[in-house]
Design a protein around this ligand. Sequence first.
Ligand code: ME8
Length: 510
Amino acid sequence: MSDKFFITTPIFYPNGVPHIGHAYTAIATDVLARFQRLDGKDTFMLTGTDEHGQKMQRTAEERGITPQQLADENAAVFQKMVETFGCSHREFIRTTEDRHAKAAQALWKKMEANGDIYLDTYGGWYSVRQEAYFDEAETTVGEDGVRREPLGSEVEWVEEESYYFKLSAYGDKLLEYYEKHPDFIAPPERRNEVMSFVKGGLRDLSVSRTTFDWGIPVPGNDDHVMYVWVDALTNYITAAGYPDEQGADWSYWPATHIIGKDIIRFHAVYWPAFLMSAGIELPKRIYAHGFLFSKGEKMSKSVGNVIDPFELVDEFGLDKVRYFFMREVPFGNDGSYSNDAIITRTNADLANGLGNLAQRSLSMIAKNLDGVLPEPGALQPEDKALIGLCVPALETARAAMDKQQIHKALEAVFDVVTAGDRYVDTMAPWGLKKTDPERMATVLYTVAETVRRIAIMCQPIMPESAGKLLDLVAVPDDQRNFSNIEDALVGGISLPKPEGVFPRYVETKA
Ligand code: ME8
């Protein structure tokens, strides 16, 4: 088994600025990456921007700038977004980089050499207004005899020269692959959707364009640029060093791709077919998450419910935002969010839950024991029971994270927080101060040790806050991996002055 782990986000279209959906994908991928890293894997997280295509060219023209200027401007904002959201990516790839054009052209040549690319004409109902082709089934002929697309603009039959990829030759191979690798596409609803799409029969795919030039030139024919999805999907192997399949980075391939459900077909049908054609190993797994809605509605400028991801972090703090999205929305499902939901969830689980567990025990150590972590007396069954919940919780989290069930992993960890709070209430160490100070010391030690273990497990989700908790129980930086879960705090050390790590959210706006 390889100890390398390669995980990717979709690469974002920089024809606009990031919204919360983009941040959501990035957070989830980062949580999965950090989890594997803490579990000892050499982890490569990749993210970036998808900078070619007609949409980019058109937006740039509207703004009177070049597509490269548009890409530069917005790629910088996406870079800032992934940094603001605490992503631990090793690379941010941009599809306008030279190395990427080389990789995409190398992939193309392999597919061509395999006999899967041919030149033909592409015919379709074209709307000049929308600058897009429509399937005949999408168009309707009005009483005036004019054929129109769904938004109402007139369409005309247009033919242009195009290269095609022989996707039709891959239907059976793909189905066989899905059958043999039941974990290749997840969650199961998405797998079923993809399989029925492929069973319905695949048509060859038009993979080049001549009507605009903002793209990677087709090798040997400069009149054509590659269809943007051929170009975009290749980013994943560019970053692994393709076409150098002997290079050090190639050992990270194959990747786990985290994507939104809107782009499952490109990743689970086209991409594996391209890779099969080029003789490249297929991705390890494709996981499609759901869509986020703002207050139950699709985010749109006209509804006025588009939330700027940067503002959300300013308002609530990064870790609360990361925690909220990963805990509130079962990963794979659609979800809704609102400021009220963020406040309710984080006040309950973080301020009153984990934060309070740490704060009330550590402040008792500060007040009653001069801030020195006590040596525990003999641990009682209830002490051992609480501490003993952590290793199984980590095992549950590990199994859940292997299947991208991030919310299940969090649930397992936060069940320990609930048990910890119950333990403190039952043991009531404040009452033991006079009657049995030794027992009080053991109880406080038990809570501190439990906080250490919980904080280790919380690092993927809330890196900064979990780090602060570990500082508060004086855990050295090199002892914060999952392999350290069964270590134990050593009594007798001085702890730093306790501070609340998760302050309750208080509304600041009138
Ligand atoms: O599709 N809720 O880029 P993109 C949740 N460039 N996630 C959302 C979302 C929402 N409301 N809106 C967007 C592209 N996303 C291509 C990808 S990959 C080789 C090329 C997420 O910027 C979702 O994961 O339009 C989507 O797949 C991703 O943002 C990228 O969207």
